[in-house]
Unconditional design. Structure first.
Length: 580
């Protein structure tokens, strides 16, 4: 699909009709405006010069009527254009957002969050404004230019050479401005990304900023970024603003020339007064159309940078393809929670020399409890990210229920796997709203049972409105441990075949951790449970524990077996015991 086709996805439904009606009404407005100066010339040369008051009134009434019709066309064009452009922007943002939702983690890594936000807001707004100008002014101005030129040449062909001389000069100036402006606007939009990144980072980490008394430091960082953006805007705009004065200079020069040469023609009887007045009106229309077209070209320069940034997102090919979308064939049911890694190698960059997982081979029985332990950077999270296909292996294979995960329909696979992260994410809304992310049809009994299993029911019931209590953005009124327990309860409501707890009890005390693990074993006996942890106590009761080091499996066995045979595990255990 071509880039242009992707961009025009926003022209769906009724917005196509409004986009067609807008130039039609613009044409109607231009026709009325072109006829009016001709009638004005007749009033002066025939009515006033001949002393025919009735003729003046009759033609004057026609001018008023045409002006009213022109006003109606202009009003309708403005409305149709606004509806079309706003709808276009709305649909384009929706399509961009949907495209981002299709991205794998690898695709998201290509764009920063702040850059995607800028593309969905600032860039789409630039394109929206340009689109409205295209369907309104880009039809109105050229038609006015052609119509005015024809009418001016009809009145006096010799005098028309005045603006024929001006047009090449205007085109040259416009070409120079466009050539200089584009790279400057591109740099300006890139700086918007940087500014948004700093704002986002500061707001997310506002508690850390205040606790370390770094408000002044962060303020200076923001000021520097904002000042850089201002400088880039000034650098771009100081070229753009040259367009207006140059255009006005040419317009006024043409009017003066027309008055001078036209006045001489009137003196020598080659032209009538009304014709000269109409001619000047047509010159004004022609040159104003040229001025507007030049402004449109400058806007197109700005929007060209935004369009390219939008198309970068729309053209991005998701690294993880849904087999159902690829060839219509996909496995839609996960039979059990057994897991097999066979010679798995993975690199974030795609370079085998920079692999973060190397030659991983392991088998996990369905319904078993598996512990994974290892130092920071040992790729524990990367390993389990292969199971729901958040990333795809570079070589080897990962199978769930005896089937390669790449053969599953993505929704079916991910509905069978629940992941609870150390960095918990809750959304604005009530406790009930957040829990139902796990199962939208869950009843109150199921919500309560999941919270009991996650050791969350006690504190939820103590909230002012219980399960209907509002959490605020990101669960700001809960502690870290409470957030973790709600996220575990949310994952349990999916009743998954595989439950992955990625250091998700790090913020709770050991007694609570033990109660949660016991409840999980009892309430989900057939679910495969994978526990990634830093604390030995969190995994020591697992059926099998894998020790990871440097992207490889450095040991496997029960707690007792690893204590006896694995130096890394024993070292971690001894260090944690000495701290107790």
């Amino acid at each position: 699909m071509s880039s242009l086709r992707k961009l025009t996805w926003g022209l769906e439904g009724k917005y196509k009709l409004y986009s067609l009606l807008t130039p039609v009404t613009m044409i109607g407005e231009v026709v009325m405006e072109v006829i009016i100066p001709l009638l004005m010339a007749r009033i002066i040369d025939d009515g006033i010069a001949g002393g025919d008051l009735a003729y003046v009134l009759r033609v004057g009434a026609m001018m008023v009527a045409l002006a009213f019709v022109s006003l109606c066309f202009g009003t309708l064009g403005a409305r149709f254009g606004a509806v079309a452009s706003l709808g276009f922007a709305r649909n384009l943002r929706r399509n961009l957002f949907r495209k981002v939702q299709e991205f794998s983690f690898g695709n998201v890594d290509h764009f920063s969050t702040s850059s995607l936000v800028t593309r969905l807001t600032t860039d789409v707004t630039n394109v929206q404004n340009t689109y409205q100008m295209l369907i309104r002014i880009c039809f109105r101005a050229p038609i006015m230019l052609v119509s005015g030129t024809v009418m001016a040449c009809t009145i006096n062909l010799r005098l028309s050479t005045v603006f024929f001389v001006a047009i090449p000069f205007l085109a040259l100036i416009l070409g120079i401005i466009i050539r200089i402006c584009y790279p400057r606007f591109r740099a300006m939009l890139a700086q918007y990304d940087d500014l948004n990144s700093k704002v986002q980072e500061n707001l997310i980490a506002i508690r850390v900023v205040k606790s370390f008394v770094r408000t002044s430091y962060e303020g200076k960082k923001f000021d520097t970024s904002a000042s850089t953006l201002r400088d880039l805007q000034v650098r771009a705009e100081k070229v753009v603003i040259l367009n207006g004065p140059v255009m006005q200079l040419v317009v006024y020069a043409c009017i003066i020339a027309a008055l001078f040469f036209g006045g001489r023609m009137i003196v020598f009887g080659d032209m009538q007064t009304g014709q000269l007045i109409s001619f000047i009106t047509y010159i004004t229309q022609i040159l104003m159309s040229l001025m507007i077209l030049s402004m449109i070209f400058v806007m197109l320069v700005l929007s060209r940078a935004s369009i390219n940034r939008i198309l970068e997102v729309l053209d991005e090919v998701p690294e993880i393809q849904n087999p159902a979308a690829r060839d219509g064939k996909a496995v839609t049911e996960v039979p059990d929670g057994s897991i097999d890694f066979k010679d798995v190698t993975f690199s974030y960059s795609g370079d085998a020399d920079k692999a973060v997982l190397n030659g991983i081979n392991l088998h996990i029985d369905s319904g078993s409890v598996v512990g994974i332990i290892g130092g920071t950077g040992s790729s524990k999270t990367t390993l389990v990210s292969m199971i729901p296909r958040l990333y795809d292996v570079m070589s080897g294979s990962v199978s769930v229920g005896g089937t390669d995960v790449r053969e599953y329909e993505l929704t079916a696979l991910r509905n069978s796997v629940s992941v609870v992260l150390q960095k918990n994410v809750l959304f604005s809304g009530t406790v009930r709203d957040n829990l139902k992310w796990g199962n939208a049809r869950a009843n109150d009994e199921e919500l309560k049972a999941a919270c009991i299993a996650a050791d969350a029911d006690e504190f939820v019931s103590a909230l002012p409105k219980g399960y209907d209590s509002d959490l605020g953005q990101g669960g700001v009124n809960l502690s870290g441990g409470q957030k973790q327990r709600l996220c575990i309860a949310r994952a349990l409501l999916k009743k998954p075949k595989i439950l992955i707890l990625d250091d998700s009890t790090s913020a709770v005390d050991t007694a609570t951790d033990a109660r949660i693990r016991k409840a999980l074993r009892n309430s989900l006996p057939e679910t495969t449970k994978i526990i990634i942890a830093q604390r030995i106590t969190s995994v020591q009761d697992a059926d099998i524990i894998y020790v990871m080091d440097g992207g490889r499996i450095a040991g496997a066995g029960t707690h007792e077996e690893l204590l006896a045979s694995n130096a890394i595990y024993r070292e971690v255990y001894d260090s944690q015991q000495s701290q107790n």
